[in-house]
Every structure is written in C-alpha cells, then in structure tokens.
Design a protein around this ligand. Sequence first.
Ligand code: URA
Length: 221
Amino acid sequence: MNRLYNALQLKRLYQLKQLGVKYIPMVEKRIPSQPSLPNDLKLLERIVSQCQLCALSKTRTKTVFGEGDPQAKLMFVGEGPGAQEDISGRPFVGRAGDVLTKMIENAIEIPRSDVYITNIVKCRPPKNRTPKPEEAFTCLPYLMKQIEIIGPKIIVALGATAYHYLTGDKSGITKVRGEIIDMGSYKLVPTYHPSYLLRNPSAKKESYQDLLKIKRLLCEN
Ligand code: URA
C-alpha cells in the first residue's frame, strides 16, 4: 500500500515537472486529488488503454497491460513492450517471449497461462530503448495496482530495469540475480531478461539455476 502511495506521489511529481513546474514549496503528506485506481483488473486495463500521461502514449499502437492468471502466485515483470507486443497488445510474444515461455514451461514446469506476465511500462519505448525515469514512474502505479489486485507470492524481475523500478536499487542484474528479496507481501527474485539470454547464451546456465530456485520457492508458498 505504501509502495503504491509512493509511486502515485512520484507520478504526480513527474507530471508537474512535465508541465514545467520547477519548485514545490511543500509536499503534502497525502494527495487528496489523486484519483485512486480501481481494484478491478478489467477496469484498470481499460484505464491503461486510454492513458496519455507520458510521451510513450503518442507513439504506441496498442497498450500492453499484461496477461495470465488473475490469481497467479507467480508474476513476471519485464521492461516494456517491443515491436510485436505493440502490435498485438500482448506481453512477450516475440523472440524474447519464446524464451520466456520456455523458462516457465521447461524449467519451472508450469503452463505459461498459470502465471501473470506484465512490464514496467505499458507502452513501447521507441526503438526499444530503456524507458526514461519519468515514463517508468508515471506508469508504475498501474503495476503497483496490478500487484495489489493479483497478490502474487513471488515476482520475478526480468532484467535490471524491472529490478530497479521494483526495488529502487540500481545494482546490476549480474550482481543481484538469484537473490530472494523479501518485499513484504511477496518475494522478489531478479534474473536475466530473456533478450539478454538471446544475446548471451552462456548466461542460460545461471538463468536455469535461478528458475529452479523459483520453482522450489513456488512449492513452499
Ligand atoms: N521485452 C519486454 O521487456 N517485455 C515484453 O513484453 C517484450 C519484450
């Protein structure tokens, strides 16, 4: 709840910054005017599909909200949609998506439809660049609300960007991968992004170890 509140605060500050505000004399403890997001996944998806709060909305084809079991115990969070995701409106459907499906079905040994998959930003960054902080922070309340509604026991952060925005820690993924981080209502496990595995096949061994750890954790929770 606190994380959602903080994310909403940051989102508001970035919006003010985009409007040209340079200085705020006092930050209110609560922001009463912040419209609260619905506790319903379908309603939230509709709000996201109409979102125009950052520059990514201008270049997107479709928003990519996320998909999977709305009561999943295991959630995967990537960075942001790529070209094929932007066209289809579904997360991880391109080459990286094939790798992710194999990670879930061959290593963790559960169907992809049993997990929930989403991203830090819901619109494609042009040329697949890393989302800018103002884009990520503006979008983050949607992810926080998805997490609150779905209530996963384990979240897998795919790559450094997902890890960074879920924890606030800027450590590299090579350093933190495979760690189990207690986030209160869920455990966070960072691991390599599927696109990184496509570029660096030698990292697959470590990725497999992380996935076996996630599989064990899933059995315990
Ligand atoms: N990469 C991501 O991080 N997310 C997707 O949905 C696809 C590729």
